[in-house]
Design a protein around this ligand. Structure first.
Ligand SMILES: [Zn+2]
Length: 400
């Protein structure tokens, strides 16, 4: 409220405001705030945001470019910090499939496996499937194909991450993920079988199941404005246009715009939601050893975190009942800052840096988090433990 408006408040109005503030203060010191007065089916939201392939030096370099030597990126201001081991079931160096599957399904998988054991062992339902079972909205957002390894681990079970047609089929026909925003038109309209033998046009089926289908930012905005609960947003093939290559003519949404669109849809579900947002191309930039590429993707990812933080901070109920986890699946490239050795840097300036490899590395990755259960993420943990923290957060919602 502006000061001008405050001047028109009656004495009774001020008393009401004071009473509300007292309730909020009491809630902050004790039990979680219950804006709905304790009604059953209280919303509990879980949001996991993934800068794929981001190491700590990526954070430092982006921070210096954005703020200078001091100041913090948006995800650095989350309450808790810890770190995780990233190895897969069969390798010190993981790829994104078992790395995301460890979070999504709670155990180690072999490289290439998407929440599926090639040797026939049983696997657990994904955190997204558990959330859906509780009546929550579910959403996957990425700047890679939406059928790429990280989002796939939350919404599909396949032996081979290259089975992207099959992953698309499972999203629509089996898992029923409410919101899918990313690249990969050709995975949903395939004419050639993938490694799992899956082929076919899924768009008519998606429409029959109630999905609004969008192919650019204008289409996404229209679908959100139309109020639909299910949106399939597919922006080009292969990946969305990298930030540093975008022009005013680019019609695809930026990652923060996709995150905002997803929140506008899933927030309508009174039971809450599960949302995964991936800055997929931080990984690709590090594979390419391309600093301007990395910087563009990192800044977009951090802006997406700001969108999510602002959404959470807009409401006391959201603050108390939303678990937010920002975690990189693995480091890519061994990016290191080598200079300048004898000078300082200001905002807008770039560090001197290099990569030790064009592949992933085996170093641990950081976890930033806040909200219910996040205190368990303040230690040196295994990546599989994040599953349990998210499951517990969902379980708490059920208990209420
Ligand atoms: Zn990679």
């Amino acid at each position: 409220m502006s000061e001008g408006q405050a001047g028109f408040l009656s004495a009774a109005g001020w008393q009401r405001l004071a009473a509300v503030s007292a309730i909020a203060l009491a809630a902050a010191g004790g039990a979680p705030a219950r804006a709905d007065g304790g009604e059953k089916g209280h919303a509990k939201n879980v949001i996991i945001m993934v800068p794929d392939g981001m190491g700590l030096a990526d954070v430092t370099a982006t921070r210096i470019y954005k703020h200078g030597l001091d100041g913090l990126l948006n995800f650095e201001t989350l309450e808790h910090i810890g770190y995780q081991r990233t190895y897969s079931a069969n390798s010190v160096i993981t790829d994104s499939a078992p790395a995301a599957s460890a979070w999504a399904c709670g155990e180690k998988f072999n490289n290439g496996e998407i929440c599926f054991h090639g040797d026939g062992r049983a696997f657990k339902p994904s955190i997204l499937e558990l959330a859906r079972k509780q009546g929550k909205a579910t959403a996957l957002v990425a700047t890679s194909t939406i059928t790429h390894a990280t989002p796939a681990s939350f919404g599909a079970h396949v032996v081979n991450r290259n089975c992207e047609n099959e992953i698309a089929r499972q999203y629509i026909q089996v898992t029923g993920v409410d919101l899918l925003l990313g690249s990969g038109v050709d995975k949903f309209t395939s004419v050639k079988a993938d490694a799992c033998g899956t082929v076919g046009d899924l768009i008519p089926q998606a429409k029959a199941k109630g999905y609004a289908v969008a192919y650019d930012k204008a289409g996404l905005d229209a679908a959100v404005a139309a109020g639909g609960k299910k949106i399939l947003g597919l922006f080009g093939n292969g990946g969305t246009v990298p930030e540093y290559l975008r022009t005013p003519a680019t019609t695809e949404p930026h990652l923060p715009e996709m995150a905002a669109a997803a929140l506008k849809v899933v927030e309508k579900n009174r039971s809450g939601f599960f949302l995964m947002v991936e800055g997929s191309q931080v990984d690709w930039a590090n594979h390419a050893k391309d600093y301007p590429y990395q910087l563009g993707e990192m800044l977009a990812f951090d802006d997406a975190v700001k969108v999510v933080r602002d959404w959470i901070d807009a409401d006391e109920d959201r603050r108390e009942n939303t678990l937010l986890i920002v975690v990189a699946d693995h480091d890519t490239g061994g990016f290191a800052i080598n200079g300048p050795q004898t000078a300082l840097l200001k905002a807008g300036e770039k560090v001197e840096a290099g990569w030790t490899t064009g592949n992933h590395t085996g170093v641990d990755t950081l976890i930033w988090s806040q909200g219910p259960g996040s205190k368990a993420l303040t230690r040196a943990i295994d990546n599989t433990e994040i599953y349990g923290v998210m499951v517990k957060a969902l379980g708490d919602a059920k208990d209420e």
